[in-house]
Design a protein around this ligand. Structure first.
Ligand code: ADP
Ligand code: MG
Length: 494
């Protein structure tokens, strides 16, 4: 039963997503060949197993099992105690064995669920049907104008986890939020490098539309999307295309489609195989995986904080939802989330101070300096917690202005070292926090500016700004503007 709110024209869209996650093992799924070099020359990371030579015997990489087991917890479930590998047969030049080693009816993960967070602030639970381990195929290229194709087997045999969702997604916004949430969870589980650009995570979107909210239509599958935006766009495109076709009286055929990013459209690639076409059977070379209770308990302990917990902890500190999402998405080489959680030990206000600086100011500093260095990595690096703490203290006691906060933290991000207090003194940043001193200046400003004072009395609030400006000028920028404003109001009696 699809909710009315999802209706597009007269149709209910339904989406199920399959996602391939490349597990970050040192070696391939069934051989000792490296799984780590991104830009290696073609066919240099290969051996007899990748080539599928007769007699070659695959041996399961235990680390892949460990990472897949961790992923189970990130998908809201536990790994299966028993799972096995099967052969999935199909013919393609980049699959020399003629079959892919995958998991069919007894995968390592069954029945998970994740909560997705939409941009409008709402959330929804999406169930995970299953997730199975499998080896990747090689890569074919078809040089244009040539009568040959090239095959690179470097990718053949790299370990993947394929995560399959239930058809419970009903809009492109939900599809995008689902893709993003999976990405975050795989990242925080530490099972993949999650580099979308290098194809560490690829999404296949199955889309159908139906006039009947109780019954799904025929689906198409658009494969290998590698950005959240392309997931969203491909779903929108397919919903439109299918509705148009059905309105013209055409039938939707079950097929595999590809996404042309430059044209922002999907195109038909081939008609879709059904499971029976693959002639699955258990792989006789790989023994089943049997996990003990102790092993599963140990894996569970090793799983770090998941995005759900981070959201909960940081929103308790009063940090805005969008700020938390930005921190989580951008954490990588620099562990922003970790720093904010560390700050939280010294209070929620301090955590919010650090989080807001990172998202509102530091991200801008990074992107500005990237522009200046033509996209090269900038040299900025967040200062340690001690610097933040000293700056926060000076700010909280009104010793420095908010402009100075940003300036000081920028300087320390760009390599300034030493004590914050020395820096403040050397650069003459200390504000006049003594209200007695400010009061004297305020009194003088009121005497010297009768006209604006009269305006304020008559309700012209803009004139207060002018008076504050005069106080700042007379104090050589050292007065705290908030304090000055309060004093002016009090003295004039508004
Ligand atoms: P296959 O490997 O043939 O694509 P799977 O069962 O692995 O089949 O994946 C099917 C995916 O398609 C799942 O994510 C499922 O939720 C989704 N799906 C199934 N039926 C529909 C449908 N009618 N409309 C949209 N998505 C669907
Ligand atoms: Mg599929």
């Amino acid at each position: 039963m699809v909710d009315e709110k999802y209706k597009v024209k007269d149709y209910y869209p339904t989406i199920g997503i399959e996602c391939h996650v490349q597990l970050k093992t040192k070696t391939k799924l069934f051989s000792s060949v490296s799984n780590e070099a991104i830009d290696a020359e073609p066919n240099t990371l290969v051996n007899h197993i990748c080539f599928g030579l007769p007699g070659a015997l695959p041996v399961l990489n235990e680390e892949a099992v460990r990472l897949a087991s961790k992923a189970a917890f990130a998908l809201g479930t536990t790994p299966q105690k028993f799972s096995k590998f099967d052969r999935k047969h199909y013919f393609y030049p980049d699959l020399p064995k003629g079959y892919q080693i995958s998991q069919f009816d007894e995968p390592i993960i069954l029945d998970g669920s994740i909560v997705i967070h939409l941009e409008d602030g709402s959330q929804k639970t999406i169930n995970i049907t299953r997730a199975h381990m499998e080896e990747d195929a090689g890569k074919s290229t078809h040089p244009s104008g040539e009568d040959f194709s090239l095959v690179d087997l470097n990718r053949a045999g790299t370990p993947l986890l394929e995560i399959v969702s239930e058809p419970e997604i009903h809009s492109s916004a939900e599809a995008k939020a689902y893709a993003k949430e999976l990405w975050l969870r795989m990242k925080y589980a530490g099972v993949s490098d999650v580099d979308l650009y290098h194809g560490n995570m690829r999404f296949d979107v199955n889309v159908s539309v139906s006039k009947d909210s109780q019954k799904f239509g025929t689906r198409t599958e658009t494969k290998n999307l590698n950005s959240f935006k392309s997931v969203e766009r491909a779903v929108d495109y397919e919903i439109e295309r299918q509705i148009k076709a059905l309105e013209k009286g055409e039938k939707i055929v079950q097929e595999t489609r590809g996404w042309l990013d430059d044209k922002q459209k999907t195109v038909s690639q081939r008609s879709k195989e059904d499971a029976h076409d693959y002639r699955y059977f258990p792989d006789p070379d790989i023994p089943p995986i049997v996990l003990s209770d102790e092993y599963i308990a140990e894996i569970k302990k090793s799983v770090q904080r998941m995005p759900e917990e981070i959201r909960e902890e940081l929103s308790e500190a009063g940090i805005a939802k969008a700020t938390i999402e930005a921190l989580m998405e951008s954490s990588g080489n620099e562990d922003y989330v970790g720093l904010v959680i560390e700050a939280q030990k010294d209070g929620n206000k301090f955590a919010a101070f650090v989080a807001n600086f990172i998202v509102n100011d530091y991200f801008k500093l990074i992107s500005d300096s990237r522009t200046q260095t033509n996209g090269a990595e900038s040299l900025n690096k967040l200062p340690g917690i001690k610097v933040f703490s000293d700056v926060f203290e000076l700010f909280s006691s009104n010793d420095i202005s908010s402009n100075s906060v940003v300036m000081i933290l920028f300087k320390f991000s760009q390599g300034t070292t030493g004590s914050v207090n020395d820096f403040v003194d050397k650069n003459n940043l200390r504000q006049m926090s003594n209200s007695g001193e400010i009061e004297k200046i305020v009194d003088q400003v009121i005497i010297d500016n009768p006209k604006p004072v009269e305006d304020v009395k008559n309700g012209e609030m803009k004139a207060i700004g002018f008076l504050v400006g005069q106080v700042m000028k007379a104090s050589q920028g050292k007065a705290n503007p908030g304090l000055a404003k309060d004093l002016i109001k009090k003295k004039i009696g508004v």
